[in-house]
Design a protein around this ligand. Structure first.
Ligand SMILES: *Cc1c(COP(=O)(O)O)cnc(C)c1O
Length: 339
């Protein structure tokens, strides 16, 4: 039976074009700076994001933590949203690797009140830690996109205080499609940006960190320190190039499929869809009338559909390249039949 996987966009497998590009990729030792495919990917990434330089990194978490380590010194304070990935899903790495203290501000669907950010910046005082960094996330993993005005306001406050801004842009290409602006315009409101080639763009492995030349030079050395200096990386960078050249423009299809799924689910009794964060390829909903969640998930699997169990009472369905419109219909029909 054909299987459709709605658990995440991290489950996406490489496309045929990626597998072919990987097969023929020219490679070299990237720690020596000898891998032409990596060099090409780093150049393209920097150009797309409108930054001076870029660095290939093994994962998004690696890139965020590398940015924290490179921007800050031990004991610094980092201001970020309370539901962001760096705070929630990176194993407390900020305390272990950069040795920084995280200061969260409460957010709604990832939205940060710029005046709260401003209030959290430390004054010069013997007792206080230094505010070393402010982190933003767009698109936010709650499924919402942050408006450019909001980012611009935070960035301006940060500049005024001489504090760098890092953007967790794991899904910046989804944000770009949802906002209808080039990624460059989103990236303009941060000093460093991490984005993923995996996830919706379907590359099997890899993320990029972009920023100024000085920042990336320092990050390159810290990447080595963290054990992320890879050798014939061109094999995976080749898939990354296909991701950036062929897979970004189609993300709108995933967003449309998510909206279609949301509309269909909302028509089923007992399902509440959270329509206020339906900006990208994710649908969050509450499903009443399910007595046994494990049985529900098992029954969907019997129909060829993989989903995750609810987190804090919410189900999340993620659309991607490998979940075409027919699979959305299958998902909806199966849920109807089960409940
Ligand atoms: C997935 C994700 C990451 C981390 O990426 P990994 O490659 O899984 O480590 C970081 N931030 C956000 C917002 C994400 O969704």
């Amino acid at each position: 039976m054909k299987k459709y996987d709605f658990r995440s966009d991290t489950v996406t497998k490489p496309t045929q074009a990626m597998r072919e590009a990987m097969y023929v990729a020219e490679v070299g030792d990237d720690v020596y700076g000898d891998d032409p495919t990596v060099i090409e990917l780093e150049k393209l990434s920097a150009d797309l994001l409108g930054k001076e330089s870029a660095l290939f990194i093994p994962s998004g978490t690696f890139g965020n933590q590398l940015a924290l380590l490179t921007h800050t010194k031990r004991g610094d304070e980092v201001i970020l949203g309370d539901a962001c990935h760096i705070m929630m899903h990176e194993v407390g790495a900020a305390a272990v690797i950069a040795g920084v203290q995280l200061r969260t501000i409460s957010t709604v669907n990832g939205h940060m009140d710029p005046s709260l950010v401003k209030a959290m910046i430390r004054e010069d005082d013997l007792h206080y830690p230094d505010t070393g960094l402010i982190c933003l996330e767009n698109a936010h993993s709650s499924g919402a996109v942050i408006q450019l005005e909001e980012m611009a306001e935070v960035y301006e406050i940060a500049k005024k205080h001489g504090i760098p801004v890092h953007l967790d842009g794991a899904r910046i290409f989804n944000a770009s499609v949802a906002l209808g602006v080039p990624v460059k315009q989103i990236a303009a409101h941060a000093d460093s940006i991490m984005f993923c080639l995996s996830k919706g763009l379907c590359a099997p492995i890899g993320s990029m960190l972009t920023g100024s030349q000085t920042f990336i030079n320092r990050a390159r050395k810290n990447r080595k320190l963290m054990g992320g200096g890879l050798r014939q990386t061109g094999i995976i960078a080749a898939a990354g190039l296909v991701a950036l050249r062929e897979m970004t423009d189609r993300l709108g299809e995933d967003h449309e499929n998510a909206k279609y799924l949301a509309k269909e689910l909302a028509g089923i009794e007992g399902i509440t869809v959270f329509e206020d964060r339906l900006d990208i390829n994710m649908v969050f909903c509450e499903i009443k009338n399910i007595e046994n969640h494990e049985m529900f998930i098992k029954s969907l699997l019997d129909n060829g559909i993989l989903i995750n169990g609810p987190e804090l009472g919410e189900y999340r369905f993620v659309t991607n390249y490998w979940t075409p419109r027919e699979s959305i219909d299958l998902l909806v029909q199966s849920i109807k039949a089960i409940i």
